[in-house]
Design a protein around this ligand. Structure first.
Ligand SMILES: [Zn+2]
Length: 275
C-alpha cells in the first residue's frame, strides 16, 4: 500500500501533469470506488471542471477543481492514476476515465477495488478527512502532543504510529524504519516512553519521510508512479523485509514478528524493551 512519500510523489507528478486541464467527460466502468453520491451526480459534478491543483492530506490525494469542488481519492492497496492518450483501451482493472480537454485521459485503475473516490464542495464535509490525525511532517508532531495524549496508554508504540486517527500517513514500512533508527522496541508500551524517546521518533520520522520523498518513495510491490517509474527508497531500508540479515548497526540477525497481523522488523539488541 502506498504510504505518505509515495502519495506525495504521485501528487507532485499529477500536479505537474494535469493542472490547467479540464474534464470533458467521465466514464465509469466500475462504480464501487465512489463512496458518496450517485453516479450521474458524480459525473455532473466533475464534467467541465478545471484542475487547479493537486495536494495531499495523509494518504489522500485531493484534486482541487474550479468551479470550486474537490475530488478526494485514496489508493488503498492497488489503486493508481495513469495518464494516457485518447486512443487507449480500458483494462479489466479500469474503474474511471476522466477524459481531458488536452486529448489525454486520467485513468483510475484498481486491481483489488478498495480505492475510493469522493467529491465534495468543501473539504470539511468529508468524513474521511475530518477523522484523520496530525500530519507527521507538521509542527503539531511534538513530544508534548504524544505525552499529553498517551502518557497513560499501554498501547504498543508500533500500533500507535500506525493509527491514522493519531498520526495520519505512516504505514508499516516506514514505522519499522523509524523505530529502528530511534532505537525503540516496536513492542514498547507508549506510557513507558519519555520525552527524549519522542524527540528521537519525531526526528527520524521527519528524516526518513523526507529522504523517501526525495527518492520518490519505496517500490515494494504494487506502488507505481504515474509515469510507471519505480521509487528508489527501498535501497535505503535498513530493517524492513530484512529478516535474518545482519543489523546494519550491530550485526546480529534482524527479527521478524507479527503485530496486529502485520510484519514488524527490528533488532533485538539495538531496540531493547526498557526494564
Ligand atoms: Zn542491531
Amino acid at each position: 500500500m502506498p504510504e505518505l512519500p509515495e502519495v506525495e510523489t504521485i501528487v507532485k507528478e499529477l500536479r505537474t501533469e494535469i493542472s490547467g486541464d479540464i474534464i470533458s467527460n467521465v466514464d465509469i466502468f466500475r462504480s464501487n470506488p465512489i463512496i458518496q453520491g450517485d453516479l450521474p451526480k458524480f459525473k455532473f459534478e466533475l464534467k467541465g471542471k478545471k484542475f487547479i491543483d493537486v495536494t495531499r492530506r495523509a494518504k489522500y490525494l485531493i484534486f482541487h477543481l474550479k468551479p470550486k469542488s474537490f475530488l478526494i481519492a485514496h489508493l488503498r492497496m492497488t489503486g493508481k492514476f495513469i495518464i494516457s492518450s485518447y486512443d487507449s483501451e480500458p483494462s479489466k482493472y479500469t474503474r474511471v476515465w476522466f477524459k481531458l480537454k488536452s486529448g489525454r485521459i486520467l485513468i483510475f485503475d484498481d486491481v483489488r477495488c478498495f480505492g475510493t473516490l469522493e467529491i465534495q464542495k468543501n473539504l470539511n464535509n468529508s468524513n474521511s478527512l475530518i477523522k484523520l490525525g496530525i500530519e507527521p511532517l507538521s509542527k503539531e508532531m511534538s513530544p508534548r502532543f504524544f505525552l499529553r495524549k498517551l502518557s497513560k496508554s499501554k498501547r504498543k508504540i508500533k500500533s500507535v504510529l500506525l493509527d491514522q486517527k493519531i498520526v495520519a500517513g505512516l504505514g508499516n514500512i516506514y514505522v519499522s524504519e523509524i523505530l529502528f533508527r530511534s532505537g525503540i522496541n516496536p513492542q514498547s508500551e507508549v506510557c513507558q516512553l519519555q520525552k527524549k524517546d519522542w524527540i528521537k521518533i519525531i526526528k527520524f520520522t521527519r528524516t526518513i519521510l523526507e529522504e523517501a520523498v526525495r527518492n520518490n518513495g519505496t517500490t515494494i510491490s504494487d506502488f507505481r508512479r504515474v509515469d510507471d517509474k519505480t521509487g528508489k527508497f527501498q535501497q535505503f531500508l535498513q530493517v524492513y523485509g530484512k529478516t535474518n540479515q545482519p543489523c546494519p548497526k550491530c550485526g546480529i540477525p534482524i527479527q521478524r514478528i507479527i503485530q496486529q497481523q502485520r510484519s514488524t522488523f527490528f533488532c533485538l539488541d539495538c531496540q531493547k524493551i526498557k526494564p
